[in-house]
Design a binder for this molecule. Structure first.
Ligand code: KG4
Length: 335
């Protein structure tokens, strides 16, 4: 079954053709990151306009790269939530018109379910059940994945997402947007151990997290150093910050695996590209004898192939939609 998949929830327009949920025939991506870098973050209105500009040509490219014609497409999958509402609406409206025009089923896909499914593309043997750590620009969640479409949230951030925290911390360190990758590179220049940063806990909810205090601490440190004219060890701050994020994520992930008895742990989302978080997860899983799946870097960030992968399993579960399907800025992964 060939699925034409659309993703436009943030600043990447992506269209892919995926066969049977596992084989990527094409994966066309147009990133707008350079444009938003001018403003230090995503400007929703600009994101929507850029999606409109490129989605048509990108669809033709995805079909051509896959060596497909329109009549080869069996279904259309699309991110319908969560994300920037205007941006999601562009992909959704376009996908609806394609499904209607081709007379094929329309499959709604939750963006975070897509991030998790990116692992099915890289690891043919991977099947639920497993525990997923989804860490992206807008979401930070621990999810029990009992089946391809059967998910339960075990914990998550109460405020900022891990990726958002990386982006804001990077900004005060003078790094470009999106800040995760340059922070990763800067952190590699120092052994750290200079700055003491907060590790927040949520009372009565040991699997929940909070990153806003950490973000504020980095902002305050940088501003204070500037005001009093003290030098800031940027490398050490990047390293200590990353360690604080990792020390929040990794122990909770292992605790969730122990609680659920899941032997397999799967990481997903843009922040799963982080060198230190990957290494810490690997160490922790090795120690406890759990199998860890880390998506290849190209499947950590937003892409269309992951939506095609999850779309296949949503279709098998009977999850299709009519033209009344709406976009949502927020939606639980369980719904
Ligand atoms: O999954 P993603 O591409 O988009 C969302 O669905 O949100 O994640 C983007 C986030 C950004 O916050 C970006 O700074 C972060 O992933 N990111 C990283 C790294 N590469 C990207 N964060 C930490 N370390 C990285 N190497």
């Amino acid at each position: 079954m060939k699925i034409l998949a659309f993703e436009s929830s943030c600043d990447e327009t992506a269209v892919a053709v995926v066969e049977d949920g596992r084989r990527v025939l094409s994966d066309a991506i147009a990133s707008q990151a350079d444009m938003h870098a001018l403003y230090g973050g995503v400007v929703p209105e600009i994101a929507s306009r850029k999606h409109v500009e490129v989605i048509g040509a990108l669809t033709e490219k995805a079909l051509a790269d896959a060596d497909c014609t329109r009549s080869d497409i069996d279904a259309v999958a699309v991110t319908y939530a969560p994300g920037l509402i205007g941006a999601v609406l562009v992909g959704l409206s376009f996908a609806k018109s394609v499904a209607l025009g081709l007379g094929v089923p329309l499959i709604p896909v939750h963006h975070i379910r897509g991030h998790i499914a990116a692992n099915y593309l890289a690891f043919p043997e991977l099947e639920p059940p497993f525990l997923a750590l989804a860490i992206s620009g807008g979401n930070t969640l621990l999810i029990d994945v009992a089946g391809y479409t059967d998910m339960r949230i075990l914990g998550g951030t109460r405020d900022d997402a891990a990726g958002e925290c990386f982006d804001k911390a990077a900004r005060v360190l003078g790094l470009s947007y999106p800040g995760g990758r340059p922070m990763d590179e800067l952190a590699r220049t120092s052994p750290g151990g200079v700055y003491k940063l907060p590790h927040a806990k949520v009372d009565g909810a040991p699997l929940d997290m909070s990153f806003s205090g950490l973000k504020t601490a980095v902002v305050n440190l940088a501003h204070h150093a500037e005001q009093v004219g003290e030098p800031l060890d940027r490398g050490a701050l990047a390293r200590d910050f990353t360690q604080a994020v990792s020390e929040t994520l990794v122990p909770r992930t292992m605790e969730a695996a122990r609680q659920t008895g899941r032997k397999i742990i799967v990481a997903a989302g843009g922040v799963a590209a982080n060198t230190f978080i990957r290494a810490d997860l690997e160490r922790a899983c090795q120690k406890e004898g759990r199998r860890l799946y880390l998506p290849p870097l190209k499947f950590c960030g937003d892409n269309g192939a992951m939506i095609g992968a999850q779309g296949y399993y949503e279709y098998l579960a009977g999850h299709t939609a009519g033209m009344e399907l709406n976009a949502y800025a927020t939606k639980e992964i369980e719904e």
